[in-house]
Ligand binder design. Structure first.
Ligand SMILES: *[C@@H]1O[C@H](CO)[C@@H](O)[C@H](O)[C@H]1NC(C)=O
Ligand SMILES: *[C@@H]1O[C@H](CO)[C@@H](O)[C@H](O)[C@H]1NC(C)=O
Length: 360
């Protein structure tokens, strides 16, 4: 099983592998799972932009290195600073996407984040949608989490944590966030891995103010890897995350006025709603389900110690629920400890039980 999980699958290889697998009945469920991911894997029709067309450096300028044609950018963490970039505009609804290669070897304590936020403009009532990659000790696979906050709901984390079905340090994979008035979808390559459908009960906890796109690499020693057990070891620096094939689709809106582009927004919103990535096929839905059953190891929706009543957007899947303890963690193995520990990133608490990775 382990070996299969480590298989590197390029979309080019996909059909080949799938067809040969399907010809061999003795191959396992796992391989069939790959085929589900593969068949969901028809490429999106995306128009990519250069770094300068859509983004500006955010911090650690010296550690942000553009390729000569600015079609790709590397952000580095060394013992002096991390680095990051931000979209030059803010968007109300959009599709934010990049092909990303994460730093390899020993990356404990290193966090690479690809997220949307408006925390710089709305300090107390910010919205946020996150991919956060939590480094790991050499030889152990990267883990990551997705999260969302609406209108400053930092008291209510909505984290899910997962493993990956490939090694994200070996090749580029596409990570995307779709945010529409109706739903939010996180994608890896063309596989939707999480969908949050807006419900009335979510009210303002559904992100609904303009957000910027951020990409950062930073030292999260006290939090990222096994709840802070493993720190960044700068002997292995610099840690380099590379971003290319950047996509920013959405209506650019002034965050304060919010009215500026109303006319053109409806056109862009329609385009977003009808884009190929916004229309989830049956195959993609199956792939999502399988991904979640196989690779998700924590979900706030099943963490009944934290939320005796699951937040309103949670769709309780009986099969998924069966796999989790009351702590939202997988049932097998591990202890439950230290879930009061918190750490901060730019002032906001990460209130997922930090020990969650120690169990794995
Ligand atoms: C891809 O999108 C462009 C516009 O962004 C469109 O002109 C083109 O027809 C699309 N291609 C396919 C195969 O849908
Ligand atoms: C967002 O939160 C602020 C402060 O808690 C509150 O005043 C405001 O009404 C909320 N916004 C919405 C749309 O509910």
């Amino acid at each position: 099983m382990k070996k299969t999980e480590k298989l590197m699958i390029k979309s080019m290889d996909c059909n080949f592998i799938c067809s040969s697998v399907l010809r061999r009945p003795f191959l396992t469920f796992f391989l069939i799972f790959f085929c589900f991911l593969c068949t969901a894997n028809a490429s999106f029709n995306l128009s990519t932009i250069s770094f300068d067309e859509g983004y500006t450096p955010l911090f650690g300028d010296g550690n942000l290195v553009r390729s000569p044609n600015a079609r790709s950018v590397r952000i580095l963490l060394d013992r002096f600073t991390g680095s990051g970039f931000i979209s030059s505009k803010m968007y109300k609804y959009g599709f934010f996407s990049a092909n990303i290669k994460l730093p390899g070897d020993y990356t404990a304590g290193v966090c690479v984040a690809f997220y949307t936020s408006n925390g710089d403009v709305f300090e107390k009532t910010h919205d946020e949608l996150d991919f956060e990659f939590l480094g790991n000790v050499e030889g152990k696979p990267w883990r990551f989490q997705t999260n969302l906050y609406g209108n400053g709901s930092t008291f209510r984390g909505r984290e899910e944590r997962y493993r990956l079905w490939f090694d994200p340090t070996k090749e580029f994979h596409r990570y995307s966030i779709l945010w529409t008035p109706k739903n939010i979808i996180f994608f890896i390559d063309e596989v939707p891995i999480r969908e949050v459908v807006r419900t009335e009960a979510m009210s303002s906890e559904y992100p609904s103010k303009p957000m910027s796109l951020y990409a950062t690499i930073w030292d999260a020693s006290n939090w990222a890897t096994s709840g802070g057990r493993y720190k960044v070891n700068y002997k292995y620096a610099p840690f380099v995350a590379e971003f290319k094939d950047l996509v920013l689709e959405g209506c650019a809106v002034d965050p304060i006025e919010q009215i500026s582009a109303a006319d053109s927004c409806s056109e862009i919103d329609t385009r977003l709603a009808t884009a190929d990535y916004a229309v989830i096929t049956r195959k993609q839905r199956l792939a999502m389900r399988r991904f979640r059953q196989r690779f998700m190891y924590y979900s706030y929706c099943y963490d009944t110690l934290r939320y005796p009543v699951a937040p309103p957007e949670c769709v309780i899947d009986p099969y998924e629920k069966e796999r989790f303890k009351d702590t939202g963690r997988l049932k097998f193995g591990g202890s439950h400890q230290g879930n009061k520990r918190r750490s901060r990133r730019r002032g906001r608490p990460h209130n997922v039980a930090d020990s969650v990775d120690q169990d794995m």
